[in-house]
Design a protein around this ligand. Structure first.
Ligand SMILES: [Zn+2]
Length: 77
């Protein structure tokens, strides 16, 4: 079985646990390859980042910062 992204063999010697992910039931990938692909495709899940209008992107940024701060505050108490 081969990685969806780099097309090399999925199993490598001395591979740490959690290095593989399932894309769908018939597709597997190295976790590092998948993460690289998602970043270079500018995708978050099924959302194309470059399809988000700039105003919405700014609002999303604020929401993310607020959410991260909120979780940091909750976890520090
Ligand atoms: Zn790979």
């Amino acid at each position: 079985m081969r990685c969806t992204f780099c097309e090399e063999k999925l199993l490598r010697p001395n591979m740490p646990p959690g290095s593989l992910i399932i894309i769908d039931p018939n597709e597997y990938a190295h976790k590092s390859c998948a993460e690289q692909a998602w970043v270079s495709r500018r995708m978050f899940g099924s959302v194309k980042m470059n399809s988000i209008p700039s105003n919405d992107l700014f609002e999303l940024k604020q929401l993310l910062i607020n959410e991260i701060n909120l979780r940091d505050n909750l976890s520090s108490h």
